[in-house]
Design a protein around this ligand. Structure first.
Ligand code: URP
Ligand code: ZN
Ligand code: ZN
Length: 468
């Protein structure tokens, strides 16, 4: 087995930052030593003096090749996970899809087929339930018991596509309460939104910005509240809100958590940095780059400041990306002249570790909380801890050496995602991913990329640590 000693770096975990040497033996972390006390005679010494040594990032919300709006998200498991690795993310959890009328296990098999032999980093799946019926409920039990899939996404949005009504949601929550799974909720009132969309189109309002204006924050807050009420009826079924974007929705989550409820939430970098006016409202069709649901929120309201605060207070536990890239050419362009036909999604899987780190530089988040929100809590929330998400003996040696004195300029010319534009063009980060190890193997360093497609393994996940 190959041994590597990472020396002199500052090892950051949620409980603190300390200078230490990390010994990697084969695929796992063997020991953490006080500086200089590690063994001699290892195969490789990796000098991390002046750098942070952190657990590899875990992005719990990606959509490789998601079918949406008549096209497919443009990253495959190969292109998307390679890009993820460049950005310091060594595990993704992607969403397998059961379309309405499809057998859940068939949807899962299709996702395994997409990922097998392709992925550069380890990966797990959540399951999107596009049709909750008796068979789907039984399938939930089977996926939890046998397949290592312990979280299910439901949609209060997208009527006619992924939408579940309140009765379906309640039934799935009751089932999850019994089998220990986590319900992940896309909380937007899709029925009301569709009315606003039709009214806007009838007025001739077709530009991308109307995507945002027809999905007001109140309809995210309302759906968030309704989902919390339904999960209460389902005996406090564990409930996790994906891609939370707005102050009102966060208030609902915070109130539920204050009341001791099993309610959790994530947000995404786009909601922490980008706005309805500055990006979605860009001239002409340019704003299509930022069409995603929920939409970017107004810079004139308190959303971004409240989301950073929510990350500090743990009402927002995780930063994921909701990575769902579409090219402008032939994909976003499907919505020229009708914003409702623009495929929904933004690509960020490569930049999450950097963008959240910039929050540390800007004084919005502590170093410890950076690691907690991008790696440790994702592992705990989704049944991967302590195998992933921590630098400790016995854990997988998924490790990022991060240079706080480095610099990263984001843009389409340098990114590795399969996109013809960047939603983050020109963003400057006061730090840089220097070296990335995935299960002990250096897959990214100053010499470039060294991983191989198919080296990433499927992760059978356990239940959430927060509930057992
Ligand atoms: O716009 C988005 N978020 N696209 C991906 C699908 C989803 O709802 O997460
Ligand atoms: Zn969603
Ligand atoms: Zn998503």
């Amino acid at each position: 087995m190959t041994t590597t000693l990472i020396t002199g770096g500052t090892v950051v975990t949620p409980s603190g930052a300390v200078v230490a040497d990390v010994l990697v033996d084969g695929e796992t972390i063997a020991a953490v030593f006080a500086p200089g006390l590690g063994p001699v005679g290892v195969d490789t010494v990796l000098d991390a003096t002046g750098k942070y040594v952190i657990p590899g990032g875990i992005d719990v919300h990606t959509h490789m090749q998601l079918p949406f709006g008549g096209t497919f998200a443009s990253d495959t498991f190969a292109t998307g996970t390679r890009a993820a690795a460049f950005g310091g993310t060594t595990t993704i959890i992607d969403f397998a899809v059961q379309r309405t009328g499809e057998v859940v296990q068939d949807g899962l098999a299709a996702w395994h087929a997409k990922a097998a032999g392709e992925s550069f980093v380890d990966y797990g799946f959540h399951m999107i339930l596009g049709g909750v019926d008796d068979d789907a409920l039984k399938a939930m039990d089977q996926l939890v018991a046998d397949e290592g899939i312990t979280s299910f996404k439901l949609f209060m949005a997208y009527p006619g596509v992924f939408y579940s009504d309140d009765g379906q949601i309640l039934r799935a929550m009751q089932r999850a309460r019994d089998n220990g799974a986590l319900i992940m909720m896309h909380a937007e009132n899709g029925i009301a939104i569709d009315v606003l969309v039709q009214q806007a189109l009838a007025r001739g309002e077709t530009d991308p910005v109307f995507h945002g204006l027809t999905r007001p924050p109140a309809l995210e807050a309302e759906a968030t509240h309704r989902a919390i009420v339904l999960s209460g009826v389902a005996r406090d079924c564990p409930l996790y809100f994906v891609h939370l974007s707005a102050s009102g929705a966060l208030e609902q989550v915070a109130a539920a958590r204050d009341a001791g409820r099993n309610v959790f939430a994530e947000t995404c970098p786009q909601y922490l940095y980008l706005t309805l006016e500055d990006q979605l409202g860009a001239p002409g069709f340019e704003g299509a780059k930022w069409v995603a649901s929920p939409p970017l929120r107004s810079r004139d309201e308190s959303h971004r400041a409240d989301l950073w605060k929510g990350l500090r207070s743990n009402d927002l536990a995780i930063v994921s990306t909701d990575h769902c890239p579409f090219c402008m050419k032939e994909q976003k362009e499907l919505g020229l002249g009708n914003f409702s036909k623009i495929p929904n999604g933004i690509g960020t899987v490569e930049h999450r570790v950097d963008l959240v780190y910039q929050g540390v530089v800007d004084g919005k988040l502590s170093l410890e909380r950076w690691v907690e929100t991008i790696a440790t809590t994702p592992a705990r929330m989704f049944g991967l801890y302590p195998r992933k998400g921590v630098i400790a003996p016995g854990s997988d040696a998924d490790i990022v050496v991060y240079d706080p004195n480095g610099h990263t300029t984001i843009g389409v010319a340098t990114h590795h995602m399969n996109m013809d534009h960047s939603a983050w063009e020109g963003y400057e980060i006061d730090g840089r991913v220097e070296t990335v190890l995935s299960r002990g193997e250096v897959i990214v360093d100053s010499g470039g990329f060294h991983g191989a497609a198919g080296r990433g393994r499927f992760l059978r996940r356990g239940l959430s640590s927060y509930l057992v």
